[in-house]
Write a protein that binds this ligand. Structure first.
Ligand SMILES: Nc1ncnc2c1ncn2[C@@H]1O[C@H](COP(=O)(O)OP(=O)(O)OP(=O)(O)O)[C@@H](O)[C@H]1O
Length: 840
C-alpha cells in the first residue's frame, strides 16, 4: 500500500530489465507493439484473476459469517493475497482470540462492537477488514475516501497508521494521518487524494469544515478505536458532527478494552444490528479487561510522601522500563524537571499535552526504543499505546475510574508478555477506589513501601525551588493543578479535596507554603455547612422521634415542617392562649398598651415562641410526659422570664451602681442646667459611621445643592485644603530652618570659645553637626490643582535663604560624611580631622 498518493508518484521506478520498456526507443516498432499487447494481456489476465479472487473472497466471507468456525491462523481467513503478504511480512501468523472472533464478522460486512483486554491485538481486528473491504470494492484513487479510522489521541493515531503501513504495503491505496500539531495547509493539499484516513476527531472535523474538496460522502467503513473514549462527553459534539458527514450505509467497527454498550451512545452511530464480540474464558464468562500476566499492586501513600516513594522506586528499578501516570501536565513537568536535576541514574522522559507535536513524537519514539527509562505521562499515554517491554506501570495519582485504571495498566503485559503495576492511593481514597475496581473484578494486592528504603527528597526540592524561581512557579502550578484535578473528579465519595493535607503536600514539593486555592476554601465551607445541617437534622429527628430522618440525616426538615408535624399542638395552643390572655389582662389593668398591630405580630410570633418553647422543654429528653407536665405548668413556662425577674419600676430608687456624685448630678437642677450649657442634652444626629452631629451640621440634599454642584464643591475643597497644607508646610520648613540656624550659631560660639579667638569673617570650613540630621524631611504635598510653579517658588525661596552648608545638612548623614567639605584645602582638612578626633 502506498501511504500517500503523492509519495507514490515520487517513488523511483523499479529498475528495468534489459530489453524492458526503458530500452523501447531502440527496439523496432513491431517488437514494441508486441510487447504492449503482451502487457495489456497480462493486465487483463491479472484483472481477471483479481475479479475471480474477489468473487471467491466474497463467497467465502458470507459462508464464514454463518459457519461459526474457530480459525486459528490468518491464512485460514478469506483474505486477499496482498493482505496475507503484508501480515506475513510483519510476522503475524496466528490470530489472537479477539481476532479469531471479530475478523469473520467484520469481513462479512457486519457492524462490530469488539471488547477485549488491553494488548490483545484489537488493532488488526479492524485494520484487516478496512483493507479487505476496499480491496473487494476495487477501490481506486478516483473513488476518494473509503475508510475513516478515528483515535482519541495523536500518538495512538500514529501507531495505528504505522501498523496500517506495515500490513498494507502490498495494496495500492493511499493513506493519510490527520492529527493536530501539523501543518494544516499541507494536509489540505493531500486530503482529497486519500483512500484511508487515520485521524483524531478535532482535526478531522476541522478539515470537514474547512477543506475544499474533502468529501466523506463515499466512506464505506468507519472505525472508532477506543470507542468508549471517543463516544464520551469530551468528544461528543465533534463525533456527532463527523458522523453526520459520513453515509449511513457504511460499516461501523468499534473497539475498546472497556467497550461501551450504552444504547444511547450506540444510537448516535446508527449501527445496524451490531455484533457484540467479547472474548470469554473457559467458564463462559467474559474475560477480564486486564491481562492475566499482569501483577497488580497498590500501596497506601500519604500525599506528602508520594514523590519520596516514587523517587525511591525509580532509584531501585534502574534496570527497568517504567511508565508513571500523574494527573496533570503541570505535575508531569514539575516531577520531570526535579527528577532530572536529582539525577536518578537513568533517563527520565515526559509526555503530556502541552508539548509540541514534534516533541511528543520524539519522546514516544525514544521511550519505545529505550531499554531502561522512566516516562512520566498524563492520561494521553493511557490508551492504546504499544510501548514495547514496559516492566512497570505506576499510577501516582489515582485514576478517575476503573476504566482509566484498566487502560493505564494495559501499557504493560501486552500480547504475551508479563508486567507489573502499582497504584498509589491516599488513605482517603483507598476504600472508594478499591470498591470501584472490585466491580470490574480487579483486586490489586496491597503492598507497603519499606520506610528504611524510602529516600526523602523534600529538602533537595526545596533548595532547587529556592535557587530557581521558575521552578518554584512551576511547583505552585503543579500544586494547584493536582488539587484541581481532585476537585474535578466525578466520584466525590472517593476523591475529597477537603481531606488533602495541603500544607504538607506543598512542603513535599519544596514550596515555602501552600498556595491559596479558592475552590478548596469553598469546598471546605460547603462541607462544614453540610455537616452542620446534617447534625441539626439528626438532632431534630431525635427530638421528634423521627426514625426516618434520624436514619437519613441528609433529609433536612425546615422549621415549618417541624411546626406542622408537631405533636401535642393543642397543649402549645393553650400556652399561647394563656400568654395572650395574660398580656391582655395586664393591658387592661393599665400596665401597657396593646395596639391592634401588636396583636397581629403576636399571631406571627406564635409559631416561633411555641417552637422555641418546645425545643427548650423537649430538648432535655424528648419525653412527651415532660411536655405534658410543662403544659400543666404553663403559667410559669410562658411568663418565665418576667416572673423571675423583679423589674425596677420607674418610681423606685435609682440603681445602686451609680456613684453618689452621678446620682447628685442626675437629680440636681443646677447641675443639669450647667450640663445643658455645655452642650449636654442637645439634640444630635448620628451619621452612618455612628458619629454624633449637631442638627445644623447635617443639611438635607436641597440645602447642600444650594452651595453649588458636587464637583465644583469637591474642587473647591481640594484647593482650600491644598492652600492650607502649603501654608502649614512653609511654616514647618521655616521652623526647621530656624532650629538649624540656631544650632549652627551655638556650635560656632562653642568653637570660638574653645579656640579662644574671634571669628575671622566666615573664613574656614563650616561643619554641619552630625546630629543635625534629625530625620525630618519636609513633605512635598502634591494635591490636585497644585501648580509646579508654585511649588518651585517655594523651594527657590528656601534655597536663596539657606547656605550651601545647610543644603549639605539636609542630606542624609551617610552621604554627608562621605562628601568633601566645600572650599576645603589640606590645612582645613587637617583641622577638621583634628577637631573630629577631639570630639570623639
Ligand atoms: N496475531 C498477532 N500475533 C502476534 N502479535 C500480535 C498479534 N496481534 C497483535 N499483536 C501484537 O500485540 C500487541 C498489542 O496489540 P494491539 O496494540 O493491537 O492491542 P490492543 O488490543 O489494541 O491494545 P489496547 O487495548 O491497549 O489498545 C502489539 O505489539 C501487536 O503487534
Amino acid at each position: 500500500m502506498a501511504p500517500d498518493a503523492s509519495a507514490k508518484r515520487k517513488r523511483p521506478s523499479a529498475p528495468s530489465k534489459p530489453g524492458g520498456p526503458s530500452s523501447a526507443p531502440a527496439a523496432p516498432k513491431k517488437k514494441r507493439q508486441a510487447h504492449a499487447s503482451r502487457s495489456r494481456g497480462a493486465r487483463t489476465l491479472k484483472r481477471q484473476s483479481e475479479d475471480e479472487e474477489i468473487a471467491a473472497l466474497d463467497r467465502r466471507c458470507k459462508e464464514l459469517a454463518s459457519e461459526e468456525k474457530q480459525l486459528a491462523r490468518f491464512e485460514e481467513l478469506p483474505l486477499s493475497a496482498r493482505t496475507l503478504k503484508g501480515l506475513k511480512r510483519a510476522a503475524f501468523v496466528d490470530m489472537t482470540p479477539i481476532q479469531t472472533l471479530a475478523l469473520p464478522k467484520a469481513l462479512s460486512g457486519r457492524d462490530v462492537l469488539g471488547a477485549a483486554r488491553t494488548g490483545s491485538g484489537k488493532t488488526l481486528s479492524f485494520l484487516i477488514p478496512v483493507l479487505e473491504r476496499l480491496y473487494r470494492l476495487k477501490w481506486g484513487p478516483a473513488d476518494g475516501l473509503g475508510a475513516l479510522i478515528i483515535s482519541p489521541t495523536r500518538e495512538l493515531a500514529m501507531q495505528i497508521f504505522d501498523v496500517l503501513r506495515s500490513i498494507g504495503g502490498a495494496h495500492t491505496f493511499s493513506a493519510g494521518l490527520i492529527i493536530g500539531g501539523k501543518d494544516v495547509a499541507t494536509e489540505k493539499a493531500r486530503l482529497s487524494r486519500m483512500n484511508i484516513l487515520v485521524a483524531t476527531p478535532g482535526r478531522l472535523l476541522q478539515h470537514m469544515d474547512e477543506t475544499l474538496g474533502f468529501d466523506a460522502g463515499n466512506v464505506q467503513l468507519l472505525v472508532l478505536d477506543e470507542a468508549d473514549r471517543i463516544l464520551d462527553m469530551g468528544f461528543q459534539n465533534t463525533l456527532d458532527a463527523v458522523v453526520q458527514n459520513v453515509p449511513k450505509s457504511r460499516q461501523t467497527l468499534l473497539f475498546s478494552a472497556t467497550q461501551t454498550k450504552r444504547v444511547k451512545d450506540l444510537a448516535r452511530l446508527s449501527l445496524v444490528e451490531p455484533e457484540y464480540v467479547a472474548v470469554r474464558d473457559k467458564e463462559g464468562e467474559q474475560e477480564g479487561a486486564v491481562p492475566k500476566s499482569l501483577s497488580q499492586h497498590y500501596m497506601v501513600v500519604p500525599l506528602e510522601k508520594k514523590l519520596d516513594v516514587l523517587y525511591s522506586f525509580v532509584r531501585m528499578h534502574l534496570k527497568n522500563k517504567t511508565l508513571v501516570f500523574l494527573s496533570s501536565c503541570r505535575q508531569v513537568q514539575f516531577v520531570h524537571e526535579t527528577f532530572c536535576r536529582l539525577r536518578p541514574g537513568l533517563s527520565v522522559l515526559c509526555l503530556h499535552g502541552k508539548q509540541k507535536q514534534a516533541k511528543r513524537l520524539q519522546i514516544f519514539t525514544e521511550f519505545s526504543r529505550a531499554q531502561h527509562a522512566v516516562l512520566l505521562a498524563t492520561d494521553i499515554a493511557a490508551r492504546g499505546l504499544d510501548f514495547p517491554a514496559v516492566d512497570w506501570v505506576l499510577q501516582i495519582d489515582a485514576p478517575e475510574d476503573a476504566d482509566t485504571y484498566v487502560h493505564r495498566v494495559g501499557r504493560t503485559a501486552r500480547y504475551q508478555s508479563k508486567g507489573n503495576s502499582l497504584l498509589f492511593l491516599l488513605p482517603s481514597e483507598e476504600q472508594g477506589a478499591l470498591a470501584a475496581l472490585e466491580k470490574k473484578r480487579i483486586a490489586p494486592e496491597k503492598i507497603k513501601a519499606r520506610e528504611s528504603k524510602t529516600q526523602s527528597i523534600a529538602n533537595q526540592l526545596q533548595s532547587f525551588l529556592f535557587q530557581d524561581p521558575e521552578l518554584k512557579y512551576l511547583g505552585q502550578k503543579a500544586f494547584v493543578s493536582y488539587v484541581r484535578s481532585v476537585h474535578l473528579q466525578r466520584d466525590k465519595a472517593t476523591f475529597d479535596v477537603t481531606a488533602l493535607a495541603l500544607d504538607k503536600f506543598a512542603g513535599a514539593l519544596g514550596l515555602p507554603g501552600a498556595p491559596k486555592v479558592k475552590f478548596v476554601r469553598e469546598a471546605q465551607a460547603a462541607k462544614k455547612k453540610a455537616a452542620k445541617l446534617e447534625a441539626k437534622a439528626a438532632k431534630q429527628a431525635a427530638i421528634d422521634g423521627d426514625d426516618d430522618a434520624a436514619a437519613d440525616p441528609a433529609k433536612v426538615r425546615t422549621k415549618y415542617d417541624r411546626m406542622f408535624e408537631r405533636r401535642n399542638q393543642g397543649v402549645l395552643s393553650e400556652h399561647y392562649a394563656k400568654l395572650v390572655q395574660d398580656e391582655d389582662d395586664s393591658a387592661s389593668s393599665g400596665e401597657g398598651e396593646a395596639s391592634g398591630s401588636e396583636d397581629e405580630e403576636d399571631s406571627d410570633a406564635e409559631s416561633s415562641v411555641a417552637s422555641a418553647a418546645q425545643d427548650e422543654l423537649v430538648g432535655g429528653n424528648g419525653d412527651d410526659e415532660l411536655l405534658g407536665g410543662a403544659a400543666d405548668d404553663d403559667g410559669d413556662f410562658i411568663t418565665l422570664k418576667r416572673a423571675d425577674h423583679a423589674l425596677e419600676s420607674d418610681d423606685e430608687a435609682p440603681s445602686t451602681h451609680l456613684s453618689k456624685r452621678a446620682l447628685a448630678m442626675g437629680t440636681s437642677k443646677k447641675a443639669m442646667a450647667a450640663a445643658g450649657k455645655r452642650g449636654q442634652g442637645e439634640k444630635v444626629i448620628f451619621d452612618e459611621e455612628g458619629r454624633a452631629h449637631a442638627l445644623y451640621e447635617l443639611q438635607d440634599e436641597l440645602a447642600f445643592r444650594k452651595d453649588g454642584d458636587a464637583k465644583s464643591l469637591a474642587q473647591r475643597f481640594i484647593e482650600e485644603e491644598g492652600a492650607r497644607l502649603k501654608e502649614k508646610d512653609a511654616e514647618d520648613k521655616e521652623r526647621v530652618r530656624a532650629r538649624k540656624r540656631e544650632r549652627r550659631r551655638l556650635l560656632r560660639e562653642r568653637e570660638r570659645e574653645e579656640r579662644g579667638d574671634e571669628p575671622k569673617g566666615g573664613a574656614g570650613v563650616e561643619l554641619a553637626p552630625l546630629e543635625d540630621d534629625d530625620g525630618y524631611e519636609t513633605p512635598d504635598f502634591v494635591l490636585p490643582g497644585d501648580s509646579g510653579a508654585e511649588d518651585g517658588s517655594e523651594s527657590d525661596e528656601a534655597t536663596s535663604e539657606d547656605s550651601e552648608a545647610e543644603e549639605e545638612a539636609s542630606r542624609p548623614a551617610k552621604k554627608r560624611r562621605a562628601a568633601k567639605p566645600a572650599g576645603g584645602d589640606l590645612e582645613s582638612d587637617e583641622a577638621l580631622a583634628l577637631r573630629l578626633l577631639g570630639d570623639a
